[in-house]
Design a protein around this ligand. Structure first.
Ligand SMILES: Nc1nc(=O)c2c([nH]1)NC[C@@H]1CN(c3ccc(C(=O)N[C@@H](CCC(=O)O)C(=O)O)cc3)C=[N+]21
Ligand SMILES: [Mg+2]
Length: 306
């Protein structure tokens, strides 16, 4: 049986440490980190996530500003709001919940966010900095996955990581981060031939394909570490359930360690959002980013990154 990787517990510890740093900033620097979250439309799942993000930001002592816009909002209005938040000194991080409705050009919106306030790490400047090994803002979900992996495995050097999925939000930045940690990285996706054989070679398997229970136990090398990024809502026995991209029951017979859904990557994503907001605040006020947060987040010292 595999070790269960407790993302919920690790996220709680990270948020507690972030909370201590936030109160230190407020006391000694008179700065309160501020997170602005913009939600367009009324998708119920998105509403839950946005509410959780705002609640957890406030619990960590941050200011939270929420903006709810109608599904029919013209793009110019959204861009105007972002422009205003870019200039607002109380706002250190801006998150526009994706996906956006069809009249809005997603990449236009992402590029409108000032890179220093882009706590999602989706702006091309941050994508470029991460891809070239710099210390840009890393997207929250891949960053959370990396922290779980570092905590579980320590040094990742030389390990074969297979990333299943190639989205800009998870797959591609995940591959960048794993390369930075000296993994051999394969990015597989829906057009990959012999997908099962490719997955079977992974020491580390990150499943972010958006396909319910795609990865079965016999896709996994015995002892491998499996990170399940999927969040799929299915109906079972007349009730809604959350399941991942990994078939949990067969996977746990084979994997060395495995994240559950829920309680794995999801809570780490939100904790990393707060971490990025704290980092953005420090950078905007030219305050050094606290070392102990660095080591808690990365499971080692920052000097280990080369
Ligand atoms: N600009 C932007 N940034 C995002 O980071 C972003 C986004 N758009 N759009 C949607 C996705 C999805 N996402 C999740 C965050 C937390 C959980 C989470 O906390 N999940 C809980 C369960 C929550 C539940 O029960 O529904 C868990 O896995 O344990 C899930 C999904 C962030 N996203
Ligand atoms: Mg794909």
């Amino acid at each position: 049986m595999s070790t269960l990787i407790d993302g919920k517990a690790q996220a709680t510890r990270l948020r507690e440490e972030i909370g201590r740093q936030v109160s230190r900033l407020r006391q000694h620097e008179l700065v309160t980190p501020g997170l602005a979250v913009i939600l367009v439309g009324e998708d119920p799942a998105s509403q839950v996530y946005v509410r959780n993000k705002a609640t957890q930001a406030r619990e960590a002592g941050m200011s939270s500003f929420e903006y709810r816009l109608a599904d029919s909002v013209p793009q110019t209005k959204l861009l105007d709001l972002i422009e205003r938040l870019n200039r607002d000194p109380e706002v250190h991080g801006i998150l526009v919940q994706l996906p956006l409705p069809p009249q809005v050009d997603e990449s236009r919106v992402i590029q409108a966010i000032h890179p220093d306030k882009d706590i999602d790490g989706f702006h091309p400047i941050n994508v470029g900095n991460i891809a070239t090994g710099g210390h840009g803002m890393a997207p929250c979900t891949p960053l959370g996955c990396l922290m779980l992996l570092k905590h579980q495995l320590g040094d990742l050097s030389g390990k074969h990581a297979v990333v299943l999925g190639r989205s800009n939000i998870v797959g591609k930045p995940m591959a960048s981060l794993l390369l930075q940690k000296h993994c051999t990285v394969t990015v597989a996706h829906s057009r990959t031939r012999q997908l099962e054989e490719v997955c079977c070679q992974a020491d580390i398997l990150v499943a972010a394909a958006g396909r319910t229970r795609l990865v079965k136990g016999d896709w996994i090398k015995p002892g491998a570490t499996v990170i399940d990024v999927g969040i799929n809502r299915i109906e079972a026995d007349g009730r809604m359930r959350l399941v991942g991209d990994v078939d949990f029951d067969s996977a746990r017979e084979v994997a060395g360690a495995l994240t559950p859904v829920p309680g794995g990557v999801g809570p780490m994503t939100i904790a990393c959002l707060l971490l990025n907001t704290l980092e953005a605040t420090c950078r905007q006020h030219r305050i050094p980013f606290p070392d102990n947060i660095m080591s808690l987040a990365w499971g080692g010292t920052s000097s280990e990154t080369t």
